[in-house]
Design a protein around this ligand. Structure first.
Ligand code: SF4
Length: 137
């Protein structure tokens, strides 16, 4: 008899996990779209749940993640005597920033291997392109 403490992931379970993570990403994108379209006025949390077709538990999970990433802001308001939340895009409150020109020259920004470097597949410490830029720049 297999031990209860062992977790085995069948292909079916892995598929379900991948499917639910894709669904979560789609819902995140849809949430951002709705919030950005609402603009400065924002969208009431309960209206957001309706538009997404989600219950508050699932909706909150998505909103909290986007809030943690600094993409949206959630502000408590009182509407007809009841507490609720308005959700707005965070970018509206951010000041425009001008980046220094030298950042345009960093080779990584134009490199087809950027994703591989970010994942650790390519070791940036061994990269001749970056080394050349650092020593000549
Ligand atoms: S370190 Fe090199 S390989 Fe990695 S992204 Fe920068 S230029 Fe590309």
């Amino acid at each position: 008899m297999p031990s209860r403490s062992k977790i085995s992931l069948s292909e079916e379970n892995i598929e379900k996990m991948e499917e639910s993570s894709v669904q979560f990403e789609v819902l995140e994108r849809k949430t951002l779209e709705i919030v950005r379209e609402a603009g400065e006025k924002g969208v009431l949390q309960k209206d957001l749940w309706k538009k997404l077709g989600l219950d508050s538990r699932k909706g909150l999970k998505i909103v909290r993640k986007l809030e943690e990433q600094g993409l949206i802001l959630r502000e408590q308001v009182v509407l007809r005597g009841r507490k609720t939340y308005v959700i707005r895009p965070a970018t509206l409150l951010q000041k425009e920033t001008t980046l220094p020109d030298f950042l345009d020259e960093i080779p990584c920004f134009f490199c087809p291997n950027l994703a591989k470097c970010a994942s650790g597949e390519v070791d940036f410490l061994e990269c001749p392109i970056l080394r050349r830029w650092l020593t000549n720049g």
